[in-house]
Ligand binder design. Structure first.
Ligand SMILES: [Zn+2]
Length: 92
């Protein structure tokens, strides 16, 4: 299951993926993972390290960055579209 939280920062909405174990946002995708069950195909989003150890997950997983890239690709969202949106909203 994907948990997403929107918070406000100086009037701007910030969208975060929330760790299924600790409930905190995964703020750096390098330290996140998408772990899934071969049987149910259910996906859990976790911080690497203590959270994935606490989950006791032993099945397949992918880097959160790769998982997000697949989701963007499978929703017809290109990297160029993301870059254009960032430029228009002056993100970074
Ligand atoms: Zn966590």
């Amino acid at each position: 299951m994907i948990q997403i939280r929107i918070s406000q920062n100086d009037g701007l909405a910030e969208h975060h993926i929330v760790c299924d174990v600790c409930g905190r946002p995964i703020e750096d995708a390098r330290y996140g993972m998408a772990a899934y069950s071969r049987e149910t195909l259910e996906v859990r989003h976790l911080h690497k390290g203590p959270c994935d150890k606490a989950a006791g997950h032993q099945g397949p997983w992918v880097e959160l960055r790769d998982h997000l890239m697949y989701l963007l690709n499978n929703t017809g969202t290109s990297g160029a579209m993301v870059e254009e949106r960032k430029r228009l909203e002056q993100l970074e």
